[in-house]
Design a protein around this ligand. Structure first.
Ligand code: NDP
Length: 277
C-alpha cells in the first residue's frame, strides 16, 4: 500500500497517514508492531518522550531497515519534547536523549508536545537551532491553540511545519484549522478515532456500510479528503492494515458534511488551555 505524502512549508514531504503508538508499553510486542506497520506500507511513525516507548520504536525501525524492507531516508519519524518548562539546554538534551533511545542519528520531525502556560518559547528556540544545524528535518508543535500560535509566530524565526491536535468528527477545531491554513501550518490529527469511541457511531457506521468499508476507514478517509494528516494507533495487525487501506473509495461531499455535523467540540484529552504540567 503506497501512502501519499503532503509537502510541508519547508518543502519536506510527510506521509498523510502514519502509525501512532501512544499508551503502548515499551517491549518486544511494540517492536514487532512497528516492523509490521512498516512491512504493510507505513512510512511515518509518531512517538513521544513521555510515551516511554522510544526504545522499542527505534528497535522496530532499525530491524526493518536491517531487513532491507525500507531505508532510513524513506521513513518519517516523529517524537515530541515533554515541554514542562524546559530551558534551551534541557530541550537540546531531551532531543539527544530521544535519538539515543531510538538508536537514530536524526528525527524527521520534533514537536513541542504541549504549550503549557507560556513555557514553550525557550524550547522553540532550541528546536530552531537543531533545525538550522541540520540535526533535524522539520520542527513543529502540538496542542497549540490560536493564541499560542500567534505568540509563537511573533517571536519565532521559523514557522512550525505542523500543529498536531486532537481532531475527529466530534472535535473539528475550526478556529485552529483556519489559522493554520492561513499560515501554511499543516494540521495533523491525534486520536483520529477518538480512541475507538467513534467506531460505534450510527452515522459513521451507516456511511461505512454504504462503501463496504469500516467506520475507522471512513473517519481516516474524511481526514485525508480535507488535507489533514492522520496517525491512527493499533496493535492489531488486521487493523494496522485496514487503517491504510483507504485509497480505494471516496466520501461524497454530502457524507463529508454529515461527518462534520457530528462536531460537538468534544475532547477526549485535556484542554490545552487548562493543561499545565
Ligand atoms: P486512536 O484514535 O488512534 O484510537 C486507537 C484505538 O482504536 C485503539 O484502542 C485501537 O485498538 C483502536 N483501533 C485502531 N484502529 C482500529 C480499527 N480499524 N478498528 C477498530 N478499532 C481500531 O487513539 P490514540 O489516542 O492512540 O491516537 C493516535 C495517535 O495520536 C497516538 O498513538 C499518538 O501517536 C498520537 N497522540 C498524540 C497526542 C498529543 O498530545 N500530541 C495525544 C494523543 C495521541 P487496538 O490497538 O487494540 O487495535
Amino acid at each position: 500500500m503506497n501512502v501519499k505524502s503532503i509537502t510541508l512549508n519547508n518543502h519536506i514531504k510527510m506521509p498523510e497517514v502514519g502509525y501512532g503508538v501512544f499508551r503502548v508499553e515499551d517491549g518486544p510486542e511494540l517492536e514487532r508492531a512497528v516492523q509490521t506497520a512498516i512491512k504493510l506500507g507505513y512510512r511515518s511513525i509518531d512517538t513521544a518522550a513521555i510515551y516511554g516507548n522510544e526504545e522499542s520504536v527505534g528497535k522496530g525501525i532499525n530491524k526493518a531497515i536491517e531487513a532491507g524492507i525500507v531505508s532510513r531516508e524513506e521513513l518519517f519519524v516523529t517524537s515530541k519534547v515533554w515541554n514542562n518548562g524546559l530551558s534551551y539546554d534541557e530541550t537540546i538534551a531531551a532531543y539527544e536523549e530521544s535519538l539515543e533511545k531510538m538508536g537514530l542519528d536524526y528525527l524527521d520531525l520534533y514537536l513541542i508536545h504541549w504549550p503549557g502556560k507560556e513555557k514553550y518559547m525557550e524550547s522553540w528556540k532550541a528546536l530552531e537551532s537543531l533545525y538550522k544545524e541540520g540535526r533535524i528535518k522539520a520542527i513543529g508543535v502540538s496542542n497549540f491553540q490560536v493564541h499560542h500560535l500567534e505568540h509563537l509566530l511573533e517571536e519565532a524565526e521559523i514557522t512550525p511545519v505542523v500543529n498536531q491536535i486532537e481532531f475527529h468528527p466530534k472535535l473539528i477545531q475550526t478556529e485552529v484549522r483556519d489559522f493554520c491554513q492561513k499560515h501554511n501550518i499543516q494540521v495533523e490529527a491525534w486520536s483520529p478515532l477518538m480512541n475507538a469511541e467513534l467506531l460505534s457511531n450510527e452515522t459513521i457506521k451507516g456511511i461505512a456500510q454504504s462503501h463496504g468499508k469500516s467506520p475507522a476507514q471512513v473517519i481516516l478517509r474524511w481526514d485525508l479528503q480535507q488535507g489533514v494528516i492522520t496517525i491512527p494507533k493499533s496493535m492489531t495487525e488486521s487493523r494496522i492494515q485496514e487503517n491504510i487501506s483507504i485509497y480505494d473509495f471516496e466520501l461524497t461531499s454530502e457524507q463529508m458534511d454529515q461527518l462534520d455535523a457530528l462536531n460537538e467540540g468534544l475532547r477526549s484529552g485535556p484542554d490545552p488551555d487548562e493543561f499545565d504540567f
